[in-house]
Ligand binder design. Structure first.
Ligand SMILES: NC(=O)c1ccc[n+]([C@@H]2O[C@H](COP(=O)([O-])OP(=O)(O)OC[C@H]3O[C@@H](n4cnc5c(N)ncnc54)[C@H](O)[C@@H]3O)[C@@H](O)[C@H]2O)c1
Length: 470
């Protein structure tokens, strides 16, 4: 029996495939790199600096190593290679005379690779367009679909008969078919499900996680017709070793992704509430969770700050759609409110500990270790450490930020905060372990602390070493 991946490749190879991935960020680049191991791929991004870095083999998100990137990088558009090569070789070498001919060789190795560009003409001859652009919320926490509108306009300008446009950005159910497809139709003049087709396949990667990389995470797929669903599924199945799940419709696939992250947000909100309750009772929340986790069906969530581009944002997408339909979500938004209150709560806990130890709060020096939204990754988007810093500064505390993972210019640009790159021989009244980067775990915290000082462990990873934890 043939391996499922090989079957999928053989099915797909009967028609030439050329993939464009629009948006080469945390999601788009690893995906483009993976597809490029088997197909001709053009990675398209409007950020010229990003394109130039990628063409030198540098991924500043640190999701794709230079070695892996360089192994697929092409210095010219793969269409030039592609045009000159046969896709299939038939037994008698003549496809016209023997349409039923047996495949004797699949010329796949020579037609693959990744070409990165900001030039629209580079993606004009692709037939699969995969959109992986950001879907943030605005300052009122409403979905901001501007990036999706723009990327859809870009695809529409080069859309041709037979093309398939697959969205991967996290959205609420209906965005692909009710918002993006009309843009594609209007600008291209083509008709959906007649001239061109659609798909949705949400991404589940976890930035900084080198174990669960894109090919190792089972992927949900969907298409705008049953046949297109199978085609989209085959395309992903040919590279995702963990396999795929073909959802019955695009809306089901969109809904599945947004509830995965909403569920996580609500579960973390619950343990954050427990932490607030147990702190009032002077009970160690982590010890309680450890004990409760011995039951087979207890879910092992931990208290913490919920930031980043996904878990703290996606529930607002679902809530917005529900509200549009006249339903006002209670649990989803309660979870958001609770999690959003945690920055200020952490600051208040730190100040209480300082007062108990007789440390003068005003003008006290505090070292914040970490400012990214999660460990071992340079992403500072929507990081809740800035809420902690803002609240601590409101108390008059002088905060020094140290994070070897971040680019100090990015932090200054996004938050107006200065980060130090050198701790030298400074000592502080308070040290807060804000992010559990591996490099922090073996640090000699005592060498950074004044004699009378506080060590606070936001992530609860230091055992009993600190004076307090969430
Ligand atoms: N980061 C994650 O962990 C993660 C995980 C799963 C799903 N997602 C979802 O995937 C989507 C992308 O997230 P990300 O973290 O990769 O974002 P990102 O900001 O890292 O990358 C997006 C890229 O898109 C580019 N871009 C913006 N507009 C464009 C356009 N019109 N045409 C071409 N390129 C354009 C940007 O320059 C950027 O390089 C979002 O919907 C997000 O919710 C993210």
């Amino acid at each position: 029996m043939q391996e499922p991946i090989q079957e999928a490749i053989e099915e797909l190879i009967q028609e030439p495939i050329k993939i464009a991935v629009l948006g080469l960020g945390y999601v788009g680049l690893p995906l483009a790199r993976l597809f490029a191991t088997q197909y001709p791929v053009v990675g398209f991004d409007i950020n010229r600096e990003r394109i130039s870095e990628l063409n030198s083999g540098i991924d500043t998100t640190q999701e794709v190593s230079m070695e892996l990137l360089k192994a697929v990088l092409l210095d010219c558009n793969p269409s030039y290679l592609f045009k000159d090569l046969p896709i299939l070789k038939f037994a008698n070498e003549d496809k016209n005379e023997s349409p039923e001919g047996t495949i004797t060789e699949i010329v796949i190795g020579q037609t693959h690779g990744l070409f990165c560009s900001y030039d629209l003409s580079a993606i004009a001859d692709c037939n699969y367009y995969i959109v992986t652009v950001p879907t943030p919320v605005d300052k009122n926490r409403r979905p901001d679909l501007t990036f999706l509108y723009k990327a859809s306009e870009t695809v529409a300008k080069v859309l041709k008969k037979g093309d398939i446009v697959i969205y991967e950005s996290t959205v609420y159910p209906g965005v692909t078919e009710d918002i993006c497809v009309p843009i594609l139709e209007k600008i291209s003049g083509l008709t959906f499900n007649v001239d061109f087709f659609g798909g949705y396949s949400p991404e589940r990667i976890n930035p900084g996680d080198k174990a669960h990389t894109v090919e190792k995470i089972l992927k949900v797929t969907s298409g705008s017709t049953p046949e297109i669903g199978r085609k989209v599924d085959d395309l992903y199945k040919s590279v995702i070793t963990a396999g795929t799940h073909l959802a019955p419709s695009i809306k089901v696939a969109e809904a599945a992704k947004v509830i995965e992250n909403s569920q996580r947000d609500i579960n973390i909100a619950f343990v954050n509430e427990l932490a607030k309750i147990f702190n009032l009772m002077d009970i160690d929340t982590h010890a309680v969770l450890e004990a409760a986790s011995t039951k087979w069906n207890f879910l092992p969530f931990k208290p913490g700050l919920v930031g980043g581009h996904c878990i703290g944002v996606d529930p607002y997408y679902l809530a917005q759609k529900a509200q549009e339909l006249g339903y006002h979500p209670e649990i989803i938004l309660a979870g958001r409110r609770l999690n959003d209150s945690m920055g200020e709560y952490v600051a208040s806990q730190v100040v209480k500990l300082m007062i108990k130890k007789g440390i003068v709060v005003k003008d006290a020096s505090l070292l914040m270790l970490g400012i990214t939204f999660k460990e071992n990754c340079p992403d500072v988007r929507n990081t809740k450490i800035v809420d902690v810093i803002a609240a601590l500064s409101d108390y008059g505390i002088r905060v020094c930020i140290y994070d070897p993972w971040v680019n100090p210019d990015t932090v200054l640009q996004e938050y107006g905060l200065v980060t130090t790159t050198d701790l030298a021989s400074q000592k502080f009244d308070v040290v807060v372990l804000g992010v559990a980067h591996t490099v922090f775990l073996d640090m000699d915290f005592a060498s950074l602390q004044n004699e009378n000082s506080v060590l606070y462990d936001v992530k609860g990873v230091l055992g009993d070493e600190g004076d307090g934890k969430l």
